[in-house]
Design a binder for this molecule. Structure first.
Ligand SMILES: [Zn+2]
Length: 206
């Protein structure tokens, strides 16, 4: 399988560049933010959920750098880490974050927000997705090391790791998406766990 090499290599299960590559809007000089998304779509065995996510985005003129699923499979747009893909609207009544230029986007297959009724149950469901969290931790460690992006929570303005919910809130995006709403900000997404996991993998050499 294809590998993205850094200090420690990560196995790429599927190269999604052939799917999302045509939707690239150019290449940014520097990326300093990562935006996490949930697909709000079902889990399928194998790569079907990854292919469906990338294909859906591409069919709508959108794109993404990575898709990770429940099984811990990673779809990665090889050699397009600094490409500009449309994945996060950051133009709102509190300004424009130019997030698609600044950020690497990662889609996490999850429909936790629809399947579970309360924030506590959604949090618990997310913690049951450990293979997905581990792969995300490895990928964030890789990106952090490769692009010198801190493994700390970002409000969408400063360098670091943020979520689609946060970008919508920070820039006042009307009707903006609210996926990956962090548990410690009143939501359910285990952002703190994920950052700690990423820091752990970075300490292992990723
Ligand atoms: Zn999103």
């Amino acid at each position: 399988m294809k590998i993205i090499a850094n200090r420690k290599s990560i196995e790429v299960d599927l190269n999604i560049s052939p799917i999302v590559g045509p939707e690239s809007q150019g290449v940014a000089a520097k990326k300093d933010i990562v935006v996490l998304h949930e697909t709000v779509s079902p889990d399928y065995v194998g790569f079907a959920d990854i292919i469906q996510t990338a294909g859906y985005l591409a069919a709508h003129g959108l794109g993404i750098h990575a898709v990770i699923d429940l099984e811990g499979y990673l779809g990665w747009a090889l050699n397009r880490r600094h490409d500009i893909f449309y994945h996060t609207d950051s133009s709102g009544n509190i300004g424009n974050g130019h997030i698609n230029t600044r950020a690497i986007g990662i889609e996490l297959v999850s429909r936790v927000m629809l399947d579970e009724k309360t924030q506590a149950l959604r949090w618990k469901a997310w913690l049951g997705r450990q293979k997905e969290i581990n792969k995300l931790g490895q990928l964030l460690a890789f990106i952090s090391s490769a692009d010198d992006i801190p493994l700390t929570y970002s409000n969408g303005k400063v360098p670091g790791i943020t979520t689609h919910w946060q970008v919508t809130k920070t820039f006042g995006v009307q009707g903006g998406h609210v996926d990956c709403w962090p548990f410690d900000k009143g939501g359910y997404f285990p952002m703190g766990v994920i950052l700690k996991r990423a820091q752990f993998y970075q300490s292992l050499g990723y």
